[in-house]
Design a protein around this ligand. Sequence first.
Ligand SMILES: NC(=O)c1ccc[n+]([C@@H]2O[C@H](COP(=O)([O-])OP(=O)(O)OC[C@H]3O[C@@H](n4cnc5c(N)ncnc54)[C@H](OP(=O)(O)O)[C@@H]3O)[C@@H](O)[C@H]2O)c1
Length: 201
Amino acid sequence: MRVAITGGSHGIGKATAIAFGKNGDEVCITYRSDKKAALEVAEKIGAKVVRHDVTDNSSIEEFKTVLAEWKPEVIVNNAGVVRWKIFSEHSFADIENILRTNTEGAIKIAKVGVDLKIHRVINIVSGSAKNPSEKLPVYCASKAAMRMFTMAVGEPMICVNPGMTKTRMTDYEGDEPEDVAAVILEVAHGRKGEFGGEVDL
Ligand SMILES: NC(=O)c1ccc[n+]([C@@H]2O[C@H](COP(=O)([O-])OP(=O)(O)OC[C@H]3O[C@@H](n4cnc5c(N)ncnc54)[C@H](OP(=O)(O)O)[C@@H]3O)[C@@H](O)[C@H]2O)c1
């Protein structure tokens, strides 16, 4: 199977890329800023690497052109950001960055998936979509929107909701990213989850 993973340079995306690679799948990972980290992941599994920014329309269009040629069966729509702050401490820039990356950017990547008739678009949402936290109010909103979007669209969308996972996003607290990756692999291969539904961890 061919799978494209946005934000495959770190954390859950990185662990997922490695899990697919070990499974014998062909992988394309994207990164936004950390080329070195992306190349290290790619070297481990022989993956294709693409730089893009999900907050930039022309960058998404370029990514779409790459995928139109490479023809993945699955997109893992994973790239995301977090701000650990109460709402009063959020700047407009914080609000824009969270919503443009986690919601608007992710919905545009999902649109690329639909335009290219990708079999499965796995939206990496979060337990925060259902469990409000005053330390993550805009992040919770960004993920709740993606959960509802997945349900509203149905096929080919499925969402996976990790809990707190050990990545730089959480200062490396929580579950192992490899455990999340194993679930994403099952969903990608059609052994877990239903279109328009969600898989909680
Ligand atoms: N960690 C958790 O506890 C947890 C729990 C539930 C859900 N999630 C979700 O899981 C996903 C991955 O999170 P993570 O914890 O693995 O985070 P992470 O380690 O910080 O990795 C985030 C990835 O997204 C990429 N990225 C960020 N902004 C981007 C943009 N504008 N365009 C393209 N790529 C961008 C980063 O690339 P560069 O580094 O190259 O910029 C990086 O590869 C996110 O959607 C997150 O919300 C995480």
